[in-house]
Every structure is written in structure tokens, then in C-alpha cells.
Design a protein around this ligand. Sequence first.
Ligand code: BEZ
Ligand code: FE
Length: 288
Amino acid sequence: MRNITFDNITETVTKAYAGTEDERTREIITLLIKRLHDFVREVKLTPQEWEAAMGFLLRAAQASNEQRNEFILLSDLLGVSALVDLLDGKDDAGASITTLMGPFYVPGQPDMEAGADLIKDNDGERILVQGQIRSANGGPLPGAIVEIWQNGPNGLYTVQDPNQPDDNLRCTLHADAEGRYSFSTVKPISYTVPDDGAGGELVRAAGRHCWRPAHIHLMISADGHKRHISQIFNEADPYIDEDAVFGVRSDLAVPFDREPTEAELQRFPNIKRPFNVVNMDFVLAHAE
Ligand code: BEZ
Ligand code: FE
């Protein structure tokens, strides 16, 4: 390994990793080395550019801590997280499309009954969100667990805001005997992903912005099915076609302003009026 040249370096480095014991890790690392080296050759990366890139990664590391992983944000902003999710779901015939989980999920939120009221002290326009959880084989999924989280009227999630109770606008629901779920909440609002780290640098360099259109996050679990991660987007949001992290999918962008029918008004007598209705069904793929 003394005679390393421009022509043999890629082969030399891949050979050095050929002993990687785990087969899948070996496959990934070998292709990663080849693609990285090809990338450097193709863009003719200079030492100054390499140094700038290493500084950028250092700043990403410095912005990261227990609560914040700037590398995930970079993956989101570069569309890699979205690609991994799309790849994972692309062969799930008959299942609903999924999307990003984002960094603000917290497990173990309070169990609540169907029709749960998440509004409490939050200001904003009231909405009822409802739908059915079904299996890709067509049947409903009674007892499916639906975990929900969204931002507050100030645009922040509880984990970003010490002034909100830890479980504000979050809960765990259990679908009823027909696989139906429902809860009342306030309309989420558009917000910016954290822009004070390397992610913000990247976005500003590209002349982009950090906004995400208003959405409610859901994670749905049911025996024998893949964990289903989704978001319900307000299709009228000004950022619906320019999500900073490429998370919007056509099927997940729906109206947030449908007036309730008489039957819905009767079924949900405890939601303070006026409120609008948001409908979204989810079809889960089978676990392998
Ligand atoms: C979110 O939707 O909560 C989110 C997703 C990606 C990056 C930042 C936030
Ligand atoms: Fe979000």
C-alpha cells in the first residue's frame, strides 16, 4: 500500500474495507467509497473546498445535542430522508403513502378516548380530524394505535417550548371496532425548521427558505402491519408546494375547512362550535 496513485486509490481503499465482516455493511461501505471518490473526481474538488466542507460538517456536529440532530435535518433538507421513505414504501401495494417522521415525536403520550379533545387552552381555529384505519387487504383495523403530535399556535412543538405542557397537542388514540379514529384540535400553522445551524446555512446559500406547510403528524401501529408514519397537510397552506424538507404528498394534502354535516354536529356535541372537519383514512401495509 505504498504506491498510492490517482489511478489506483479507489481500488486500494475499497480493498482495505473488503474484510468488513457484515455483508450488508460491506456492500454499503464499498459503494459509498466508490461514489464518493467518483464525486470528488467529477466536481474536481479542491483542497480549499474540502476544508470548507469539513468545517460545515463540524458546525453540523456543534449544533447537535441529545435533542437535536443536525445531520438528520441536513438529510431532510437534501431530500434524502424523503427518498429513503419513498423507497421503503414503493412496493407496498394498496397501502397509503407515508412521509417523514421529523424530530419532534415523543413516545408514551397520554392514552385518550375516540373523539379526544386536544384543544384545551390553545387558541386557534377548531377542527375535528377523523378517518378510518384499514389494512391493505381491505379490512378495518380495530384497536390500531394512532399517536398524534402537532405544533401549537406559536408554531412551536412542546419539545421546543418550555411554556407548553409536555403533552400539549399530543396523544395516543385507539381506533374503535370499525378502525375509526377522531380527535378535535386547533389548526396547526406553518413553521420554519430550525435555521440557526448548518441546515440554515445550506438553505440560505441556495436562496431557499425553511418553511414547512401546516400539518398534523401521525404514527399508526397495528399487529402484523408496518409502522405507518404520516402527516395530514392543509392543502390551502401557502407553502404546500414548497415544503423545505420535501414531505408533502398529494394524497396527504386535504381541505381543513369543510363545515360539519348535521350528523357530525350530533356525533360530536362536546366540540365547541364553530369547527371544521378534516378527513383522512390510512391503509397500512403488511409487515414482512
Ligand atoms: C417536522 O415536520 O416536524 C419536521 C420535519 C423535518 C425537519 C424538521 C421538522
Ligand atoms: Fe412537523
